[in-house]
Design a protein around this ligand. Structure first.
Ligand code: PLP
Length: 464
């Protein structure tokens, strides 16, 4: 299996190189040259498998021969054995044919653990084979940082530096990062905002001389392996409600378009999916593109669903690449224009997007109202991101005989504010985190200055 860039000018790479590369050298994102195809019979034959066994089946063709089957199997088994639910990704029924897929039973209580728990192991394995080291650098406003740190803390061949805006992440989210005391984990609290953190990371990727020979790797969702790992739960959920013989629909709380893109890929690989609903908060550019062919950046607003406060969804480029018949030149041109001006897709291309996706958006008030409504109807407590998904599902659901599955992307304990606003009692931390507020923290507060950050990193990386 080879991987190509959405902008058509970077070299083709195999899985192991894509895993370590992050962004392609032409500024594009890597996608598989061809997708594996699974027949209905083959998918049906997986119905008795455990989550880890299913994950191996789905992931194997993408990894190809880069990692031995036995090693891949072991890493997948270890990854999902670390989840706190025997089904790994259990389904809960809200009403007739209406489901939520709980993706928050990993160590940091958000769906990002599904990919990042595996990514850390895969990277460590490939680096060990090559006798190399890698420096992971990332910016976070909350969920990604803790999931990435949890995923990398046991890796012998990489150091991870996560920047978060000082005093601007919630205490639960900060403590999930800063209480990991492994000696390859570094938390930088930057005296700045999230955009400053992100800019530091971008500038550092563009010029890596400060690392004196070491290389940077990425763990945000431009990394192909994250998308790959997320394809699995679309299959597991469909199988659990009668697929592939029965088609299913999904609603996905969306920010960077990584999670829903994995659902699109599951469909392209043969899973019968009738609807994919993109659910956004007030940062609704994706909803505007899908419903009205209006791809224009708005002003970023802060909402009660902060993990979806994103204006430029990097993974949307991967979809556009397919919609433009994999024409890298066209995508390069489109993305260059989008940097500076609002763009429209060619009419026929936009039609394709419309056929593939439905969309809806919800503001903070609607989010809280949905949390309250669903709790009153069912006794089930939604986190704000999931609430937006459920709301969008109800708005867009075309055929009520088709099961509609909303991805529950986080545990409500991570985002107590909207729950309290909805008039409900704030939820309890689960057992494995009950002493989070007593644990020792380690964090370095650093000035909003690129040189200072880079000097800190250079002084703390391990070199052999
Ligand atoms: C990251 C995240 C999202 C958005 O997922 P994308 O793949 O970026 O679209 C939604 N909800 C939660 C809780 C998240 O952490």
């Amino acid at each position: 299996m080879k991987y190509i860039s959405t902008r058509g000018q970077a070299p083709k790479l195999d899985f192991a190189d894509v895993l370590l590369a992050g962004l392609a050298s032409d500024g594009g994102l890597y996608v598989p040259e061809t997708l594996p195809q699974f027949s209905q019979e083959e998918i049906a034959s997986w119905s008795g498998l455990s989550y880890a066994e299913l994950a191996f089946k789905v992931i194997k063709p993408f990894v190809d021969t880069c990692i031995d089957d036995a090693d891949l199997k072991r890493m997948v088994d270890e990854t999902y054995a670390g989840f706190n639910h025997s089904a790994v990704a259990p389904l809960k029924e809200l009403g007739t044919n209406e489901w939520v897929l709980e993706l928050f039973h990993g160590p940091t209580l958000a769906f990002k653990d599904f990919a990042l728990q595996l990514l850390g192991r895969l990277m460590d394995h490939v680096l060990a084979q090559r006798g190399e080291r890698l420096v992971i650098m990332g910016a976070t406003s909350g969920d990604t940082g803790s999931a990435a740190i949890e995923g990398c803390r046991h890796s012998d061949h990489l150091d991870i530096f996560i920047l978060h805006p000082h005093n601007r992440v919630s205490e639960v989210q900060r403590r999930q990062m800063t209480t990991i005391l492994a000696d390859n984990v570094f938390n930088i609290a930057l005296e700045g905002n999230f955009d400053d953190c992100q800019q530091m990371v971008k500038d550092s990727f563009a010029d890596q001389a400060f690392l004196n020979g070491l290389k940077l790797g990425a763990v945000n969702s431009i990394n192909w392996a994250r998308i790959m790992a997320q394809i699995v739960y679309y299959f597991s959920a469909a199988l659990a409600v009668g697929g592939p013989h029965r088609p299913v629909a999904f609603s996905v709380p969306t920010g960077n378009f990584g999670d829903i893109f994995a659902g699109y890929l599951a469909k392209q690989m043969g899973l019968p999916v009738t609807q994919l609903v993109v659910a956004t908060n007030r940062n609704d550019i994706l909803h505007r593109v899908i419903s009205g062919n209006d791809m224009s950046k708005g002003e970023l607003v802060h909402t009660l669903s902060p993990s979806m406060d994103i204006m430029v969804s990097s993974n949307f480029e991967r979809l556009l690449f397919d919609v433009y018949d994999r024409d890298g030149d066209a995508i390069r041109d489109l993305m260059a224009r989008f940097r500076t001006e609002p763009v429209q897709l060619e009419a026929a291309r936009w039609e394709k997007v419309r056929e593939l996706f439905d969309s809806a958006c919800a503001d903070d008030e609607t989010t809280c109202q949905t949390i309250a409504d669903v709790y009153a109807e069912t006794g089930y407590l939604l986190d704000p991101h999931t609430a937006i998904g459920v709301k969008a599902a109800r708005e867009c659901w075309r055929d009520r005989s088709v099961p509609m599955i909303t991805l529950a992307t986080a545990h409500p304990v991570k985002f107590p504010e909207p729950v309290v606003k909805a008039g409900l009692e704030s939820p309890q931390l689960p057992e494995h985190l009950h002493d989070l507020f007593e644990r020792e923290e380690r964090v370095d507060v650093i000035d909003n200055d690129l040189q200072a950050v880079q000097a800190f990193i250079a002084a703390h990386v391990h070199r052999d």
